[in-house]
Design a binder for this molecule. Structure first.
Ligand SMILES: [Fe+2]
Length: 189
C-alpha cells in the first residue's frame, strides 16, 4: 500500500513538473520570436522531458539525502529513458532530440553525453533553463522551495546556462509575464 502511495505521489510530481516546464518552454519560445510551430514543439518536449523518471526507482527519486555515486549514475540515465519512451509513442525526431539532451550544459559538463554548446540543440537549451527554474521554485523532498528572487540569484551564478537565452527567460519572468495554466493554454488554442 505504501509502495502504491509513493508511486502515485512520484507520478503526480513528474506530471505537474512536466506541465509547468512545457508551459514555460512555450512562452520562452514565443519571447524568442521563434516561428509559432516551435512554441508548440517546445511545449510538448518540455511536457515529456522527464517521462523517463518513471523508470527510476522511487527510492532514488524521493531520497531526502544526497545521492551516492551509484544512484547518481542511475539518475543520469533518465533523459535516455525519456527518449526511448517517447520514441515508443511515435514522437517527432525534433521533440525526441530536445528531450534527450535536456541535461547537457554549455560548458560540456552535463549528461548523459557531455555535449558542448554548439552541439546542443536550441530546443534542449530552452527546456534546460525552464527545468532548472521550476525545480528551484518547487518544494522537493531534499530541498525547500525558493522564491523567484532566490532562484535567479542562484541561476545568475550558473555559468552552464546559455547567457542570451537565460537573459530572455529572466526578462520574461520578471516582466508582465503571467504563467498560463495548461487549461488556459488549451482554451486559447
Ligand atoms: Fe530531467
Amino acid at each position: 500500500m505504501q509502495y502504491l502511495k509513493n508511486m502515485k505521489h512520484t507520478m503526480s510530481c513528474i506530471h505537474q513538473h512536466g506541465i509547468r516546464v512545457g508551459v514555460l518552454s512555450y512562452h520562452l519560445s514565443k519571447h524568442l520570436n521563434l516561428p509559432e510551430i516551435y512554441w508548440f514543439l517546445h511545449f510538448i518536449a518540455g511536457r515529456w522531458h522527464d517521462f523517463g523518471k518513471l523508470l527510476i526507482p522511487t527510492s532514488i527519486l524521493n531520497q531526502p539525502t544526497p545521492l551516492t555515486s551509484e544512484q547518481w549514475e542511475i539518475m543520469k540515465k533518465h533523459p535516455i529513458y525519456s527518449y526511448r519512451l517517447v520514441s515508443l509513442c511515435g514522437f517527432d525526431a525534433y521533440i525526441k532530440k530536445a528531450i534527450l539532451y535536456h541535461h547537457e550544459n554549455e560548458c560540456g559538463t552535463g549528461y548523459p553525453f557531455g555535449l558542448a554548446s554548439e552541439n546542443i540543440p536550441l530546443s534542449s537549451k530552452i527546456i534546460r533553463i525552464c527545468d532548472i527554474y521550476d525545480a528551484l521554485t518547487q518544494k522537493r523532498v531534499y530541498k525547500h522551495k525558493l522564491n523567484t528572487e532566490e532562484a535567479f540569484s542562484l541561476m545568475d551564478k550558473d555559468k552552464s546556462l546559455p547567457s542570451y537565452l537565460y537573459g530572455v527567460f529572466k526578462y520574461m519572468i520578471l516582466s508582465d509575464y503571467r504563467c498560463l495554466t495548461k487549461k488556459e493554454l488549451l482554451r486559447r488554442g
